[in-house]
Ligand binder design. Structure first.
Ligand code: SF4
Length: 290
């Protein structure tokens, strides 16, 4: 029970985290106690594409990488948008603080399945701080991951909800919520080194990459660093074998669990369950030969 719904701090209105009740500014300052915040006030901040490339290539641990991703400010348009949304908010979330920062990769640190999406949702991960958390796409996705044994629970409400992924990690190709869900080609290119660095740290373990949508399909091939010729075509259930210096990885296409796809029946629960059962089976069976 919270007796005070908001307090003023440094000139801003602070609001309680929906689960912990701790008070936060919007956007959430790094290291201020937000559940799952990987950063501190001292975390290095990338302010340009060149700095993203340098920090991403110098990062030596997933923890360091996640922290640096979560404070990145290299894309001026996206920084403005994510912070503006964090202040204006959707009416139904007006009583909550918004993360308002990039959403880093999340899940197992030694995953066999890597799920790649496009970008955080403005009122979802941009609010909760965790990828796919707090929006309808995430509800659909995590329920399927739970049914197929890749998550400990079906719901994903906020970053303190106790959700865990089993042998699975997820990340967005672009880490900040873009206006209209459409990052520019330059923003995609600026953000790409974060995903490539993440891949470098999990490449020994991952056997299957699930790409949610056509953009993620291409981003996943760039992440792995190989594009077979002719380029494999994206589709739901499409597969491609990617050869890496560390062995083979299966790329598995999946329609994005956006409301556009789930409301129209283009992507059903059964289709998503089948796909993750396939991912699980391939992840268990794909032993490295290279
Ligand atoms: Fe940084 Fe990526 Fe966000 Fe651009 S989109 S500001 S590179 S985290």
């Amino acid at each position: 029970m919270h007796f005070c719904s908001s307090v003023r701090h440094s000139g801003f209105v602070q609001l309680p985290h929906p689960t912990t009740g701790d008070m936060f500014d919007s956007p959430v300052p790094p290291g201020s106690g937000w559940p799952g915040d990987p950063a501190t006030a001292a975390t290095a901040v990338a302010g340009s594409a060149a700095q993203v490339r340098r920090l991403a290539s110098d990062a030596t641990t997933l923890e360091q990488l996640d922290a640096e991703v979560s404070v990145c400010r290299a894309c001026p348009r996206l920084v403005t948008w994510r912070e503006e949304v964090a202040v204006t908010k959707r009416k139904s979330f007006a009583d909550q603080p918004y993360w308002g920062r990039p959403a880093p990769g999340w899940g197992a640190t030694r995953p066999r399945v890597m799920i790649v999406g496009l970008a955080p949702a403005a009122q979802g991960a941009n609010r909760t701080g965790r990828i796919f958390t707090g929006d309808r796409s995430g509800d659909f996705l995590f329920a399927a991951l739970h049914r197929t044994g890749l998550a400990n629970q079906a719901t994903s409400v906020d970053s303190a909800d106790g959700l865990q992924l089993f042998d699975t990690r997820m990340a967005a190709a672009v880490r900040c919520a873009p206006p209209g869900n459409a990052p520019t080609p330059a923003e995609r290119a600026t953000c790409a080194p974060w995903l490539e660095a993440e891949w470098r740290m999990i490449v020994d373990d991952v056997r299957v990459v699930v790409a949610l949508g056509g953009f993620a399909w291409r981003a996943a091939m760039d992440m792995v660093g190989t594009r077979p010729k002719p380029a494999p075509k994206f589709g739901h259930g499409a597969t491609a074998t990617l050869t890496t210096p560390h062995g083979e990885v299966t790329l598995l296409g999946c329609y994005h669990p956006s409301q556009q796809n789930t409301f129209t029946g283009r992507l059903t629960e059964a289709m998503l369950d089948d796909l993750f059962h396939t991912a699980k089976r391939l992840a268990a069976g794909n032993e490295r030969t290279g």
